[in-house]
Design a protein around this ligand. Structure first.
Ligand code: FPP
Length: 238
């Protein structure tokens, strides 16, 4: 079983367009899909889920859509926080949520505080997140420590660098799911997915169900993860 699943929840807009509805209705339906996936992950005892909810590039969308997404996030946390907490879910945010509107920040801080001692599913929400920015920030941290004499250049290894990222407390994802058929990474977890298995489905995010998740996990189980080495079969022949 994968321990950590990351998801690029794409296709909300297309789902709405197909139904001649405003894009925002797609995001609302996407919220229901997210609830289903969080529940299933808990039932499957998979310890880490990371979802891409809002990227640093999503600010380029029309302000009504950005506002809607921010309000949806607040609504989601208001409605779901108690249930998440009752189900022992630990909420974590990846990204610069301090620059989000105040009502979002306060709601997020409440969710982080309330669930911080929970030991069930680690539910990571990437918000105002961009991987290049994350890597640059980590590089600046390392450079500042070197410049102040607190760190030697040779001490900067993969583990130390990883500890400067938003994901410092998380294992790397085993499986990355992207919905709506696009074959790209969209600036998501670029450092962390070096050896992650990628599974793309045509299914639009609002239509994503438990059985799609099971299909992704089954595909993952059939993969031969070599991490740059040889496959088990290859080792037999070596
Ligand atoms: C991509 O679909 C989705 C997003 C930019 C936002 C993801 C948000 C949710 C699933 C809403 C619920 C979650 C929270 C935490 C509020 P798109 O709009 O890019 O779709 P398109 O490519 O079809 O236009």
């Amino acid at each position: 079983m994968p321990r950590h699943i990351a998801v690029i929840m794409d296709g909300n807009g297309r789902w709405a367009q197909k139904r001649l509805m405003p894009r925002t209705m797609g995001h609302r339906a996407g919220m229901s899909a997210l609830k289903r996936v969080v529940k299933t992950m808990g039932e499957l005892n998979i310890p880490y889920l990371t979802v891409f909810a809002f990227s640093t590039e999503n600010w380029r969308r029309p302000s009504e859509e950005v506002d809607y997404l921010m309000n949806l996030l607040v609504e989601y946390l208001l409605k779901e926080l108690q249930e998440l907490h009752d189900n022992n879910v630990k909420v974590n945010i990846l990204g610069d949520y301090y620059s989000l509107p105040q009502r979002c920040r306060l709601q997020l801080q409440d969710a982080l505080r309330k669930t911080r001692h929970n030991s069930g599913l680690n539910f990571n929400i990437a918000l105002n997140y961009g991987a290049r920015n994350e890597i640059l920030t980590a590089a600046r941290k390392a450079a500042a420590l070197v410049a102040s004499g607190q760190l030697s250049v040779d001490a900067i290894d993969e583990d130390l660098f990883s500890s400067f990222l938003f994901t410092s407390q998380l294992p790397d994802p085993d499986l990355l799911i992207r919905t709506a058929g696009e074959m790209r990474l969209s600036n998501f977890l670029l450092w962390q997915i070096a050896y992650t298995e990628i599974w793309v489905t045509e299914r639009l995010w609002p239509d994503f169900t438990e059985s799609d998740l099971m299909e992704a996990i089954a595909a993952y189980k059939g993969r031969d993860r070599r991490f740059g080495g040889l496959s088990r079969q290859g080792e037999d022949h070596a």
